[in-house]
Design a protein around this ligand. Structure first.
Ligand code: G6P
Length: 607
């Protein structure tokens, strides 16, 4: 989950590395470090905490270097555990993202052979193993080391003895090369490369590469040379900057209308007869699916829950939603006739990737719904539907969630139309409503825009909160609760409203705020109001995210945040804008580090 970067041919490598690391901080911010080849050999700088701490040190001068921002897995966030790690000669340095699973055994072997290891990390063994195999050819030394390693790696190596190059390798951990004019780069994420180039080469598992100023040499898992395929990234630098907002999260909430516009752009035919899948997945696998299985983690899992309601309602196809981290270890059953959909912002989440491999082995057809173009999920699934939300930097996902829901609207419409579950008139009406969703989200930004004082007051002094919804709004409530707990550290649980009386009601006191998501036109409106009554009877205060046309709700709750009215099927879009603003302002009021919540990382490439 760490961020890694490497540069060759930069006039000032240290400053390019630090700038790149700042763009990667969402992958981890326990410590940061760089290694630059200078006239003196390798100069290494490391600092605990944010990349800004590294920036305070005087930059070494050189044109070749590597950098790392850490999300700790082995050993606490200390300077000694910060990357880059060196070998005994201190002429070779390594940065690594992933986990060396057999590092204990490798470490003991190295120590027995006289190596001095200075950190508690799994990574440090790599530097020493490469040192043992280095006889003047850095690439060969790395390639000979890789078969010894069990686990995952995005690995970058630099040596004072090969001062014009960096060498990298990939196994189940993202890595892409940036091809510039007289400059070569690599990074775990595209956002770190955008300032220099949009021309990239995605590495595959088992591949290694050597980068010099003028060229990239790429090798497959059998060490055979391979011609690099250069692709153009669809993002620009401005999209990865804060653009005047105080936090990436706030900027990304405000980008929801535009993101939604993008997910629907060119994809909303009146008849719903197209679903824009790239790759080899045949249309018949979509249309003919007897069952859909959605696999995802975190926010993407909750988007899947919302997606289940959408697809079942629009297309009448049974949909099951499972956590990828559970599915990957569950007993395997035959799943012929199942379309498995993998939902992911990053396309790199380790559990989701493994779930995909597992699903494929069980006979599922595989479709990735991802945001990051060219990510591993996008490449490994049979088909990919791109979410087009643009770069999402805030650790707490927002606009990507909305576009995932947008993707399920398109899929539901497509399946409903092609399987005859919807009439042409219904398709036309639904497509028309979908077209208005960006505007609906924009209006929600206005109607819920002044929620800051209420967010402070409503959660003041609370340690726990419930978020309630039913049916399509159950997943939405889960997402609302996740958002507030990850960025404000308030303990919150999302619940299906009808379940509260089966236990959790016992927790309610006047200090226990409850947020309810309900749309006035939903079939379960009446029972939702009854559930609100049960909550208030225990003295708990209630805030409703309700539609502008709901003339009744204010009689039953303490506070109302209004969102524009729509068909209840589309209520999750404006409602999640309000839930996100509520969480953002609550966290801000509590002085939390919104874009970088403690202990979390944006892209979870370990299991
Ligand atoms: C991490 C992030 C979450 C995200 C989850 C799944 O936990 O902090 O925001 O929802 O991973 O990530 P994915 O990239 O697969 O959507």
């Amino acid at each position: 989950m760490c961020g890694i970067i490497g540069v060759v041919g930069m006039p000032n490598a240290a400053s390019a590395l630090v700038k790149g690391l700042k763009r990667l901080e969402y992958r981890g911010y326990d410590s940061a470090g760089i290694a630059v080849v200078t006239g003196k050999g390798l100069e290494i700088q490391r600092a605990v905490g944010a990349v800004a701490n590294l920036e305070r040190q005087a930059a070494p001068l050189g044109t070749v270097g590597i950098g790392h921002t850490r999300w700790a897995t082995h050993g606490p966030p200390t300077e000694a555990n910060s990357h880059p790690h060196r070998d005994c000669s201190e002429r070779l340095a390594v940065v690594h993202n992933g986990i060396v699973e057999n590092y204990q055994e490798l470490r003991e072997g190295l120590q027995a052979r006289g190596h001095r290891l200075l950190s508690q990390t799994d990574t440090e063994v790599l530097a020493h193993l490469i040192e043992e195999r280095y006889h003047g050819d850095l690439l060969a030394a790395v390639q000979e080391t890789l078969p010894l390693i069990e686990g995952s790696y995005g690995l970058v190596v630099v040596s004072a003895d090969a001062p014009d190059r960096i060498v990298c390798a990939r196994m189940r951990s993202p890595l892409l090369l940036g091809v510039g004019q007289g400059q070569m780069l690599l990074a775990s994420d595209a956002t770190a490369l955008l300032e220099h180039t949009r021309s990239v080469v995605f590495l595959e598992d088992g591949e290694t590469a050597e980068l010099t100023q003028e060229r990239v040499r790429l090798f497959d898992a059998h060490r055979k040379p391979k011609i690099p395929v250069v692709r153009e990234l669809p993002w620009n630098l401005e999209a990865a900057e804060k653009g005047g907002f105080d936090h990436f999260m706030l900027k990304e909430i405000h980008e929801i209308p535009e993101a939604l516009h993008e997910v629907f752009r060119g994809r909303l035919g009146m008849a719903g007869d197209r679903f824009d899948v790239e790759g080899a997945l045949p249309e018949s696998a979509l249309r003919g699916a007897q069952r859909i299985l959605v696999l995802a983690c975190g926010t993407s899992y909750y988007a899947g829950m919302v997606g289940r309601s959408i697809v079942e309602q629009l297309a009448g196809v049974p949909v099951d939603v499972q956590l990828a981290s559970e599915y990957r270890y569950a007993p395997q059953t035959t799943q012929e006739g199942t379309l498995a959909i993998f939902v992911s912002q990053s396309g790199e989440t380790a559990d989701t990737l493994e779930a995909m491999r597992r699903a494929r082995a069980s006979g599922c057809r595989t479709l990735a719904m991802v945001n990051v173009v060219g990510s591993t999920l996008a490449r490994e699934a049979e088909g990919v539907f791109y979410l087009r939300a643009g770069p999402e930097i805030g650790v707490a996902s927002t606009k990507a969630f909305v576009n995932m829901v947008g993707g399920f609207y398109l899929l539901g419409l497509h399946l409903g139309a092609t399987r005859g579950h919807l009439t042409p008139d219904e398709c036309k009406r639904l497509a028309g409503e979908m077209r208005t969703l960006p505007r609906l989200a924009q209006r929600a930004l206005e109607t819920a825009g002044d929620v800051a004082p209420l967010a402070g007051e409503f959660f003041h002094g609370a340690e726990h909160a419930f978020y309630l919804g039913r049916q399509i709004n159950h997943g939405l409530a889960m997402e609302g609760a996740l958002k507030i707990k990850e960025i404000s550290y308030l303990h919150a649980e999302g619940y299906a409203a009808g379940e509260l009386k089966h236990g959790p009601l016992a927790l309610l006191t006047p200090d226990f705020p409850v947020v309810v998501a309900l749309s006035d036109k939903e079939p379960t409106y009446g029972v939702m109001v009854s559930n609100i009554g049960e909550v208030r009877a225990r003295g708990a205060k209630v805030l409703a995210i309700a539609t502008e046309t709901d003339a009744n709700v204010h009689k039953h709750v303490d506070h109302v945040v209004r969102v524009p009215a729509s068909d209840p099927l589309f209520y999750p879009v404006p409602a999640c804008v309000a839930l996100y603003l509520l969480a953002y302002h609550a966290a801000r009021g509590r002085g939390c580090n919104i874009d970088r919540p403690r202990n979390l990382a944006k892209s979870v490439t370990v299991e």
